[in-house]
Write a protein that binds this ligand. Structure first.
Ligand code: GLA
Length: 369
C-alpha cells in the first residue's frame, strides 16, 4: 500500500493501524440535513487512507502524499488549507489523543463536491479512535468530524457527509434521520436492474459557495422561528406555512419540506424494488434546488438537461451546489448517448468538458490492516 511505504520512508517504522474513509454522493435529500430532515447519500469508491502510529511524546507529525514533506502539526492559528481538517479533528478529540505520526493518502476528485473533506476528517478520526482504543461509534466519529469542520474550518455544514463516510455499506445507500441520527442501510441494486449512476463533475466551483451555504442555513432557521417550529422538518401544513412567509424564506421552506417528502418517497420505491422509477423524484429535486433553493449553477443545469435529453431516467445536482457534480440515473444501454449529449452541450457553449465518473455504492470507514 502506497501510504504504508510513504509512512515507513518518512517515520522509519510501520504504522500501528491503517484506515480508509470514503467521499460520498447524495442520491436525494439536499439541504435537508441542517433542517433536522432526511438524507439518502452513499459512499463513493474514492477516499482518504490514514496510517498512524503512537509516539512517546505529545508531538503530532503529519505527512500527506498529496502535499509533500511531513510537517509537525501546526497550531489552530497557523494551520492553512488541508491541515485545518486534521488539526480540527485532533483538537475536537482533545486530551483523548496523545502524540502520533500520521500519513495520509487521498484520491477523492478535488472540487467535485464529493466530500473529500469529510473523507479526510472521518479517516483521521477513525484511525485515532482505533490507535488509542477510544471506543467511539461510527456516528460519534461522524459528529466529531462535523464539529471539526464547523469550528475549525468555519464551514457550517450538517451531518450528512461525515455520516455517509462513517456509516455507509457497500451496495447500499444510507437513509439518515438527521434529528434522531437513526439510520438504515437501503440496498441500491443498480446492476440487477441494468442501471448505473453516472457522476458528471462540472469541474466548476463557484467561490461564493460557502457564503451562500451559510445564508441558506440562516434563512431556514429564520423561517422556522417565524413558523414557531424547532426546524423546517416539523412543518406539516405546507400551504399554511407558506402563507405566513415571504420572499426567499418562503421558497427555501417550499424546497426543504418537499425535499423531505421526496426522500421518503424514494426510499419507499427502493424498498419496493422499483429503483428504475426513482428518476422523476431526482428531476423534481433538481428543479426545486434550482428554482426554490437557488443553489444550482448554469453548468449543473446544463448537465442535468443534457443528460435527460440523452436518455437518462433522471438527474439532479448533488451536494451543496454552486458547482461540483450532478448525478444521472442511466440504463446501461444509454450510457454512451447520455455522455455524448452532455459533452456536446458543453462543447456547443465552449465550456470546459465535464468529467464522467461511475458511482458504485462503496463501503464506509473501515480498517485496512
Ligand atoms: C454540503 C454539506 C452537507 C449538506 C449538503 C447539502 O455537502 O456539507 O452537510 O448540507 O451540502 O445537502
Amino acid at each position: 500500500m502506497r501510504v504504508v511505504e510513504a509512512f515507513r520512508a518518512a517515520f522509519g517504522t510501520d504504522p500501528a493501524t491503517v484506515w480508509h474513509a470514503p467521499g460520498r454522493v447524495n442520491l436525494i435529500g439536499e439541504h435537508t440535513d441542517y433542517n433536522d430532515g432526511f438524507v439518502l447519500p452513499f459512499a463513493v469508491p474514492w477516499g482518504v487512507t490514514t496510517a498512524v502510529t503512537p509516539r512517546d511524546d505529545s508531538t503530532v507529525r503529519l505527512l500527506s502524499l498529496q502535499h509533500g514533506d511531513p510537517v509537525t502539526i501546526p497550531t489552530h492559528e497557523e494551520s492553512r488549507g488541508w491541515t485545518r481538517y486534521v488539526v480540527g479533528v485532533l483538537a475536537t478529540l482533545g486530551d483523548r489523543v496523545r502524540g502520533a505520526d500520521i500519513a495520509i493518502d487521498g484520491d477523492v476528485p478535488q472540487g467535485a463536491g464529493l466530500s473529500s473533506s469529510a473523507a479526510l476528517e472521518v479517516s483521521v478520526a477513525s484511525a485515532l479512535n482505533d490507535l488509542h482504543g477510544l471506543g467511539l461509534s461510527p456516528m460519534e466519529l461522524a459528529l466529531i468530524s462535523q464539529r471539526a469542520e464547523n469550528e475549525f474550518v468555519g464551514m457550517p455544514c450538517g451531518i450528512m457527509d461525515q455520516a455517509a463516510s462513517a456509516l455507509s455499506q457497500e451496495g447500499q445507500a444510507l437513509f439518515l434521520d438527521c434529528r434522531s441520527l437513526g439510520s438504515r442501510n437501503i440496498p441500491l441494486d443498480l446492476a440487477a436492474h441494468g442501471l448505473r449512476i453516472l457522476i458528471i463533475d462540472t469541474q466548476v466551483h463557484h467561490e461564493h459557495a460557502n457564503g451562500e451555504y451559510a445564508k441558506r442555513r440562516a434563512e431556514c432557521e429564520s423561517a422556522a422561528r417565524k413558523l414557531g417550529v424547532a426546524a423546517l422538518r416539523d412543518v406539516e401544513d405546507l400551504a399554511g406555512a407558506l402563507s405566513q412567509l415571504q420572499g426567499d424564506e418562503r421558497k427555501r421552506t417550499m424546497h426543504v419540506v418537499t425535499e423531505n417528502h421526496r426522500v421518503e418517497a424514494l426510499v419507499g420505491l427502493l424498498r419496493a424494488g422499483a429503483i428504475s422509477e426513482i428518476g422523476a423524484l431526482l428531476n423534481a429535486s433538481h428543479l426545486s434546488l434550482r428554482d426554490q433553493y437557488e443553489v444550482s449553477s448554469p453548468e449543473l443545469d446544463l448537465a442535468v438537461e443534457a443528460a435527460i435529453r440523452g436518455g437518462a431516467r433522471g438527474a439532479r445536482m448533488t451536494g451543496g451546489g454552486f458547482g461540483g457534480s450532478a448525478i444521472a440515473l442511466v440504463a446501461d444501454d444509454r450510457l454512451e448517448s447520455v455522455r455524448d449529449s452532455v459533452s456536446a452541450a458543453y462543447a456547443e457553449r465552449g465550456w470546459k468538458q465535464p468529467r464522467f465518473l461511475p458511482a458504485t455504492p462503496a463501503r464506509g470507514a473501515h480498517r485496512l490492516s
